[in-house]
Design a protein around this ligand. Structure first.
Ligand SMILES: [Ca+2]
Ligand SMILES: [Ca+2]
Ligand SMILES: [Ca+2]
Length: 829
């Protein structure tokens, strides 16, 4: 710090002190200014600036949810404000850990300490309210380490889907954000690239030993982004540093636009200063979000819209329901009082009950000037809610098969080269191979026979064994309960070919059970026990987007060949892209598999007897070998009744698991058992009703970094069973809670979380394996609402890449089949 700036600072401090005294005495507060609120973020109507309310985690966690974030007119459009080591950091690039966070109300500032352990590199970022703007300053107590000179910089990221095709001005030069990534890059030696998470590499350099580095699209000292869109406009300036604007999508489709200033080398103290002023639209009030069922309603069910309101938005007395007649004209069908539920996190909630309307027809809801899209009231509305999931989503996720639909191929036959024994290693998708293989195979030896059957996990292409066990379990349950005969899929295990919309005479559910079992039984037979996962060996193909069959080269890896070299017979290659089997033995998983093998054998009997026999044989062996070693947490309803704290009943998911397990036993037990269970069902009824006070939607709402759809589905399934067996305790009205939530009655927007047949407006983008196309696979179920601390829920429908809110999984989607089948069954009874 030089002397002049020291005196300037001193003067500013005195001035600030004098001013604050002045402000205190006159009680003058500008309503325009950003102020630190009780939840520790900077706030004015339309603008929230969060400073490390959400920290970076590293690794598997997609780091587009952390650091300095801006929620701009209700949309989280800016995040990632941090000292970073790359121009456009990818998932798996290093992230800083937060070593401290200090909120100072007197100076209206938040200071965070950031650290990179890998480089022994500390920095501090200070964010201070300055009128309508915040000042972001980076401080260094020690200079940037030599290894990071010219690489460490202060970055902030802008959500592409909210900025593309909008204009920006850099130092007076006009520009427009590109819809598609097409800026310039250079390559540099790998030795110059900061190491990535745990030393993994996100890229395949094709033997060049060089990595790709994007060049800036623009540089300057002042940028105004979205000059043509007031709700997105932000002015950012820096006198002491150059601003560089990059397109992060050059390296990864999930990249954002990045603005950064490289930290100067050899300097300490305040090294970078930005002024960031997000524009606030004068008088802006967030448009009401009218939550309702996009699938519609059956005439006799309760019909209650939940309307999410800006806390500044005065509540209107009434809302109305309009009927669109078959001649195209419309008429008011109902007008009713709006009832206040009250505040829940950021917004205020009211309800509009139009249950009294029974007449079948096409309707929309109007609240003030806000109208919803139309929806149906009709007895048939729920009949097709599982069809897209069973006819399209599930068969597309069949691994080791060619999957065709009409003129389109979804994917070719993946992983023809099979799976290698994983060596002791760490992994990037939450797995690890322990010190020993626990098998007869040597590290990197081919384990024969594993490239058969099984389902892709989710938006990625691995076989998670636990999830595949869940799939078979869910489908066997659906089969035994409802015997669905639906046949819309041709499956030939011999041809390794699946054709959608082509009946082949066999119920599809049976074929899916068979397909799941083919892989699980092969694991037990070939490995001797269950693998934890069959997954990618290298990170550079884990994030694969495209045809699963092109993820590996289909040739056996031969380390005696050079990388990218193919053997003369065309069967082997030197490219280490083969998938690995992670085989550390887990007796709990073996026992879980054994239980599923027994039940699947029941379902397969008479359809595929040899497979049923193999399953039974493995079930007996795994049980004999593992039963003594299991240490599973049991959800035992009889023990739970003795729990002293009533609170546990309301907040513990354990209760739902426990009571579901008890319901599952009912068909095998006598009337006395059913009677003994009654007090617990009465408790369950209280538990269900408890959610009416917990939140305006009456379902469990998760606050983790994976939104809570599985929890909601479990809740819904348990309610369905409770109503089926104890209709006098759990009324029929309760079964609609979860359906309403899934199909559009939830916060943030009112699109159906399920891409279901019959929904007027489903989510349009999901984190599926086709996410790079900003599309979805029909029948998918989104995790739903992602909670961002301290008070923000979101579900992007123009940006698919956040798995925590948009990724459907094979276990979750087959769970939806159970929920949907049970629900349809009850509704139509
Ligand atoms: Ca996975
Ligand atoms: Ca079939
Ligand atoms: Ca290969």
């Amino acid at each position: 710090m030089n002397l002049l700036s020291y005196y300037t600072q001193l003067f500013n401090c005195r001035k600030a002190l004098y001013l604050s005294l002045f402000l205190l005495t006159t009680c003058y507060v500008s309503a325009q200014d950003l102020k630190l609120n009780d939840l520790e973020y900077f706030d004015r109507q339309g603008v929230n600036v969060l400073v490390y309310s959400n920290n970076f985690n590293g690794g598997f966690n997609d780091e587009k949810n952390s650091g300095i974030e801006i929620i701009h007119h209700g949309v989280r459009t800016v995040q990632g404000g941090a000292v970073r080591l790359n121009n456009t950091p990818e998932q798996w690039d290093l992230v800083p850990t937060t070593t401290s966070r200090k909120v100072n109300r007197d100076t209206q500032s938040i200071e965070v300490g950031l650290r990179y352990n890998d480089y022994d590199f500390d920095s501090r970022v200070m964010v201070t309210a300055k009128g309508k703007a915040v000042e972001i300053a980076v401080f260094l107590d020690k200079p940037v380490p030599e290894a990071l000179a010219g690489k460490a910089g202060f970055n902030i990221e802008f959500l592409p889907s909210q900025y593309w095709q909008k204009t920006y001005v850099m130092d007076g030069r006009l520009n427009r954000f590109p819809r598609y990534a097409a800026s310039q890059t250079v390559t540099r030696p790998n030795s110059e690239k900061p190491r990535q998470f745990k030393g993994f590499k996100t890229y395949d350099d094709r033997g060049t030993n060089r990595f790709v580095d994007p060049l800036p699209m623009e540089t300057g000292h002042e940028i105004i982004v979205a000059t043509d869109a007031p709700e997105r406009m932000i002015r950012i300036s820096s006198e002491d540093s150059e601003l560089q604007l990059f397109d992060g999508r050059m390296l990864a489709q999930n990249g954002w636009y990045v603005l950064r200033s490289v930290l100067p080398t050899g300097k300490t103290g305040k090294v970078v200063t930005w002024t960031v002023e997000p524009h606030a639209v004068p008088g802006w009030i967030r448009e009401p979000n009218i939550g309702f069922s996009q699938v519609g309603y059956i005439p006799e069910q309760p019909k209650i819209a939940v309307i999410e309101l800006d806390k500044q938005d005065p509540v209107k007395a009434t809302a109305s329901l309009w009927r669109i007649k078959t001649d195209g004209t419309k008429e008011k069908a109902f007008e009713g009082a709006v009832k206040e539920w009250g505040p829940y996190y950021k917004y205020n909630y009211v309800k509009f009950d139009f249950s009294s309307v029974h007449e079948p027809g096409v309707y929309y809801i109007q609240y003030g000037d806000t109208k919803t899209n139309d929806f149906l009231i009709d007895k048939s509305v729920y009949n097709k809610i599982t069809d897209a999931t069973t006819d399209i989503w599930i068969p597309i996720h069949m691994n080791h098969m060619y999957v065709n639909e009409g003129y389109r191929t979804w994917h070719g036959e993946p992983f023809k080269e099979g799976y290698l024994q994983a060596p002791p290693s760490d992994h990037f998708d939450l797995h690890a191979q322990g010190a020993t293989t626990d098998t007869k195979y040597k590290p990197l030896e081919l384990i024969p026979g594993l490239n058969v059957g099984g389902f892709f996990d989710a938006g990625d292409f691995d076989i998670e064994t636990g999830s595949n066990i869940n799939v078979v379990q869910n489908l066997v349950r659906a089969w035994e309960l409802f015997k669905p005969q639906r046949d819309e899929t041709f499956v030939s295990e011999q041809q390794r070919y699946v054709d959608l919309h082509r009946p082949d005479g066999t119920p599809d559910i049976l074929q899916f059970i068979e397909h799941g079992m083919l892989n699980l039984v092969a694991q037990a037979e070939q490995i001797g026990h269950m693998a934890s996962t069959l997954s990618n060996s290298v990170l550079d193909n884990y994030h694969h987007l495209g045809d699963a069959a092109s993820l590996t080269d289909g040739l056996h890896y031969d380390p005696s060949l050079k990388p990218y070299e193919v053997s003369a017979d065309g069967k082997r290659s030197g490219t280490p892209d083969d998938m690995w089997a992670f085989t550390t033995r887990n007796p709990n998983l073996d026992m879980q598999a054994a239980a599923v093998f027994s039940s699947a054998a029941r379902a397969l009997k008479g359809y595929n007897d040899p497979l049923a026999q193999r399953a039974l044989k493995q079930a007996e062996r795994l049980t004999a070998e593992s039963a003594q070693k299991v240490n599973r947490r049991r959800f035992d309803i009889w023990q739970m009744l003795n729990r002293p704290q009533e609170e546990d009943w309301i907040h513990g998911n354990g209760f739902v698991y426990a009571i579901q397990a008890a319901f599952d036993s009912i068909p095998l037990k006598d009337e006395a058992y059913k009677q003994k269970l009654r007090p617990y069902v009465i408790k369950f009824e209280k538990y269900i009703k408890g959610f009416d006070k917990d939140n305006p939607y009456g379902v469990p709402i998760g606050l983790g970094n994976w939104a809570g759809v599985n929890m909601v589905l479990n809740f819904g399934i348990a309610i369905n069973y409770a109503h089926l067996y104890y209709p006098d305790i759990i009324g029929k009205d309760e079964i609609y809670r979860v359906a309403n939530w899934l199909f559009g009655c939830h916060p943030y927007h009112n699109y159906s979380f399920v891409a279901a047949v019959g929904a007027a407006r489903s989510k349009a983008v999901f984190y599926g394996n086709n996410r790079a196309d900003f599309s979805f696979i029909p029948g998918n179920v989104a995790p739903g609402l992602l909670f961002r601390k301290p008070d923000h829920f979101e579900n992007f429908d123009d940006w698919p890449f956040l798995w925590g809110q948009n990724e459907g999984t094979i276990a979750g989607n087959t769970q939806y089949v159970i929920f949907g089948s049970a629900f349809k069954n009850l509704v139509n009874k």
